[in-house]
Ligand binder design. Structure first.
Ligand SMILES: C[S@@+](CC[C@H](N)C(=O)[O-])C[C@H]1O[C@@H](n2cnc3c(N)ncnc32)[C@H](O)[C@@H]1O
Length: 371
């Protein structure tokens, strides 16, 4: 049976034309780097009138007539911006700062402000802040970029600068010889949702959601997270299609208590059990989808402990997953998991890998099918 999962997309380093075919202000979303194809898949499935314009690592550009509210409902993105403009051939010398100030002083923000005003109340005399991010080799830092861009906005609009109580958050990304400006539309980082209580190494909700999407979830499935921690993955899975039964388990009581609080707050039906993922109290071939953020041996466990944990877990994965069933596994122990899955005598086949950059770490999502 052919799966209808996210297809790989071309993530480019080169600037591309960002022009909305419908004439509306285009958007860009920031996301955990490596999730681009999964975000594009969510865009295509959830915004019927979307046009995908391009992607670079950590960002996806699109336009849509579905309304900004619909775009704000996306669950795999971190922030949503109205696209303002791109500046190419930005000098890496100190002249670059002058170029940034002139660029912002020239920009007409009327289109993006209209979009913003449709979502947020803004006083007669608005305030703003600039946040800048920089990568590459430049004679200036991100604070100097923000100051130069801010000077440009003040020249053009005369707004007050307010770093904490701002009405408009203008973001400037400088990557090598290119700068990108956007106006933030999302009220806060969209991944900060639903978790009332944290456990150690709680997962970013957008990554949890992406893992769930990869397994092509359907209603009526039996879904298990055998190392559920604070329950983030269970909550994100419930947003996609109602499972017949969803079980989360953990070796320790304290993450299970956090999971209990979180699933209750999110009104998600899940059974929570204390267990060892190397010995699951589940029947052979009884699970349709298994989702798991394993210990990476950094904040949770150790590499030595993982050499004992992972083989038993992979053995149980091969036993409880039904033929054709899917698993999405997140870990930074890439060599260990790959070797164990290869050793499963082709019972467990890796059908896809997505390599992420997540707060200075480089884990991968392994999508595995039980043959
Ligand atoms: C990386 S955390 C999972 C975080 C979770 N996805 C969240 O968002 O909160 C890994 C979890 O595996 C649990 N764990 C470690 N060894 C285990 C074992 N043998 N069986 C079950 N759970 C285990 C830890 O207690 C921890 O809560």
């Amino acid at each position: 049976m052919e799966r209808e999962g996210p297809r790989l997309i071309d993530v480019r380093d080169e600037p591309f034309e960002v022009a909305s075919p419908s004439g509306e202000t285009p958007y860009f979303a920031t996301l955990i780097a490596g999730l681009e194809p999964i975000v594009v898949d969510e865009l295509r499935k959830r915004l019927p009138r979307v046009t995908f314009l391009g992607a670079e690592r950590g960002k996806v550009f699109f336009s849509s007539d579905d309304g900004a509210d619909a775009a704000l409902d996306l669950l795999t993105i971190e922030n949503l911006f109205a696209y303002v403009d791109q500046l190419v051939e930005l000098p890496s010398t100190l002249d670059g700062l002058q170029a940034i100030e002139e660029w912002l002083a020239r920009l007409d923000l009327a289109g993006v402000l209209r979009l913003h005003h449709g979502l947020h109340d803004v006083p007669q005399r608005p305030s703003f802040r600039i946040t800048a991010q920089r990568s590459g080799d430049h004679a200036y830092n991100s604070l100097e970029i923000a100051a130069a861009a801010g000077a440009g906005v003040v020249r053009r609009y005369g707004w007050d600068v307010d770093l904490s109580g701002y009405d408009y958050d203008v973001r400037v990304y400088v990557t090598d010889g290119m700068a990108l400006a956007g106006l933030r539309l999302s009220p806060e980082a969209l991944h900060q949702r639903a978790r009332v209580k944290h456990a150690a190494a709680s997962l970013n909700a957008t990554v949890a959601h992406a893992m769930c999407r990869l397994t092509s979830p359907k209603a009526g499935e039996v879904v298990v997270d055998p190392m559920c921690g604070a329950g983030t993955i269970l909550i994100e899975r419930a947003r996609l299609a109602e499972p017949a039964l969803m079980i989360g388990g953990d070796l320790h009581i304290s993450p299970l208590e956090a999971a209990c609080t979180n699933v209750e707050a999110a009104e998600v039906a899940a059974r929570l059990l204390q267990w060892d993922a190397r010995c699951l109290p589940l029947g052979r071939a009884s699970v349709d989808a298994l989702l798991c953020n394993l210990p990476w041996g950094r904040r949770i466990g150790s590499h030595t402990a993982n050499r004992h944990l992972y083989p038993g877990f992979v053995r149980e994965l091969g036993r409880v997953l039904r033929p054709g069933g899917m698993a999405a596994l997140l870990t930074q122990e890439k060599r260990l998991i790959t070797r164990l899955l290869e050793k499963s005598s082709r019972r467990l086949q890796v059908v896809r890998e997505d390599h992420l950059s997540l707060s200075g770490t480089h884990p991968a999502i392994y999508l595995v099918q039980r043959t």
